[in-house]
Design a protein around this ligand. Structure first.
Ligand code: SF4
Ligand code: SF4
Length: 378
């Protein structure tokens, strides 16, 4: 495993970090034996950064990670979790949720602690709660070693948050599509300029970059026939020097093994010729009219039953692959629960503030149904 040293903080982090939000599940619950085997493999092969959050896996992730990681000396890995600021109604709630997180994760401190999924409104709410002073107090008390935030908003709303506190690190969504699509290149540039270490989430864009249309995949295969599409995406992120950890939300032991192998080989970064090929792929993918949903599921559940991320996935796949038969089957076939389709959206707006990608979900539901609902097969 390759590591990057955060000179400012004096720690060395594995380039691959374990995102604990996509463990295998059965009947809605984490498959604990399989998931523990995945954590074991990662730990034994040098992954030393584990990232969870209050809401992951319907709040089961923190309990599970606490139970699984207590088998290892606490000072042999870095544990990261996040404050769900939107749940805090008053300042005292910061202490309440924090204490509960320590208990769930069976620890008495966190190495990396983030204000979760900040956008303009959530940041203003955090400031009103006194969350910045609270972070300073937690650091002084030794309960948090390093303070940061994760960001999900328009680029223009990044700098005011960055300038408001002496952040130890910042977590951004960054991958070879989103550098252009949501402007994450600009976020990265600002972090480099201010010498703030960057951690990256969604390097494979919720798995979408792991499976590309054939003609797009061919561009990368022509340069390196062996490298998987997921490895291309992960290595693209890690090629940028200010990125300390590339967080991957892994769902199978095979994925863990593949990602560990990707970041254990030398070199683990991309060559100039590789980067050129990725630029071509970016241009090609951005020429498709897809909806930038990352399947984070923050918008769920919809009170009217619409399966929002699934609608976007079917639509995006159709836009990219143009396979009418499959899209029809997925949207109108016997396996589709008609009560979860896009046409059940009543535009109540409940989901709108939850979407970190700022997708106008009700408007897009109309578009999705217009396109997919009109498909016909013989
Ligand atoms: S706007 Fe549509 S998709 Fe969003 S919560 Fe309301 S009914 Fe569901
Ligand atoms: S629509 Fe937005 S909130 Fe919902 S899954 Fe997609 S990116 Fe996440």
């Amino acid at each position: 495993m390759h590591y990057r040293r955060l000179e400012k903080l004096g720690v060395e982090l594995s380039v691959l970090g374990f995102g604990c939000m996509r463990f295998p599940v059965k009947d809605g619950k984490i498959e604990r034996e399989e998931a523990a085997a995945m954590l074991d493999y990662a730990y034994k092969n040098g992954v030393n950064y584990y990232d969870t959050a209050w809401g992951y896996h319907n709040e089961e992730s923190q309990y599970f990670v606490g139970e699984a990681m207590r088998r290892y000396p606490r000072d042999s890995f870095y544990l990261a979790t996040k404050m769900p600021v939107w749940l805090c109604k008053e300042s005292a709630d910061l202490d309440k949720y924090f204490a509960e997180q320590l208990s769930r994760l069976q620890t008495d401190y966190f190495d990396f602690y983030l204000l979760h999924a900040l956008d303009k409104e959530r940041f203003e709410h955090s400031v009103k709660l006194g969350a910045l002073e609270w972070l300073t107090r937690m650091k002084a008390e030794g309960k948090i070693k390093y303070a940061g935030f994760s960001f999900h908003d328009e680029t223009a709303n990044f700098a005011p948050i960055l300038d408001a506190y002496d952040w130890d690190f910042v977590q951004i969504q960054h991958n070879y599509i989103d550098r252009v699509h949501i402007g994450s290149d600009e976020l990265y540039r600002q972090l480099v300029e201010q010498d703030i270490p960057a951690l990256v989430m969604e390097p494979v864009r919720g798995g979408h970059l792991a499976s590309l249309p054939e003609d797009v995949e061919a561009i990368l295969k022509a340069v390196n026939p062996q490298r998987s599409m997921a490895a291309w995406a992960l290595q693209w992120v890690a090629t940028q020097e200010n990125i300390m950890v590339t967080l991957s939300g892994m769902s199978t032991l095979e994925q863990v093994k593949e990602n560990v192998a990707t970041f254990s080989q030398t070199p683990f970064t991309l060559s100039p010729a590789d980067l050129e090929a990725v630029d071509k792929v970016t241009d090609k993918l951005l020429s498709y009219k897809t909806i930038p949903c990352t399947d984070c599921r923050y918008c769920m559940p919809c009170p009217y039953g619409v399966n929002i991320p699934k609608m976007f996935e079917i639509y995006n796949r159709f836009e990219m692959f143009k396979n009418t038969a499959i899209a029809y089957q997925n949207y109108s076939g016997p396996l589709m629960d008609m009560n979860t389709r896009a046409d059940k959206c009543v535009a109540c707006g409940h989901c709108l503030p939850q979407c970190p990608q700022q997708i106008n979900i009700p408007e897009r539901m109309v578009q999705v149904h217009e396109v997919l609902g009109a498909l016909k097969v013989d």
